[in-house]
Ligand binder design. Sequence first.
Ligand code: E4P
Length: 220
Amino acid sequence: MEFYIDSAKISEIKEACSYGIVSGVTTNPSLVLLSGNADYESMVKEICEVVNGPVSAEITAEGIDKMIEQGRKIAKWHPNVVVKIPMTEEGFKVTAVLAKENIKVNMTLCFTLSQAILAARAGAAYVSPFVGRLDDINQDGVALISDIMEVYELYGYETRVIAASIRHSQHVYLCAKAGVDIATMPFSVFKQCFTHPLTDAGQKRFMEDWQKTQEQFGMK
Ligand code: E4P
């Protein structure tokens, strides 16, 4: 399973990438708002210089023609840019057009298996089911990931599945068990994945004992 960072904050993305584990970034208009930088194009280009992998940039135009036009434009920002398109009726039509032009599309805001199947049929390179937002309305987000993985395998769909709207490391754990291709998560959740109190306590004890050994055998 690959780890992506779900953020538009360049400092955060840089720090996350410094671990050498992150292989992509996803952004959306709400994350852009949080970043405090309205220049989406230069932000995405900068992110592409930091991470050596796919960077999803979301379209904001309305109406099929304008969405297609904006998708084409965004795709030219950088070879690693993936155009993020919402799973609206129009979004499916736009995806089919762009996919035929070999533009990589990440269909976002996926909440059902049927939407995920249609995204694959439309030629999307990625699909993003939102785990946390389903949990928020008392539906099982991880179950959707399992269902998509099972059906994609059954039909041999090549669209890669990005578990999105990840809220905590337990989501990461469960999505990995469901065999998801990628999990995109806030930097805070990425850091959560590293930590365990027993790791910290164990390491503290090892260092203390090492210190004692050094003193006992006159190594200091
Ligand atoms: C995915 O690509 C989205 O940017 C993101 O995961 C949405 O997560 P949220 O539900 O925490 O806003």
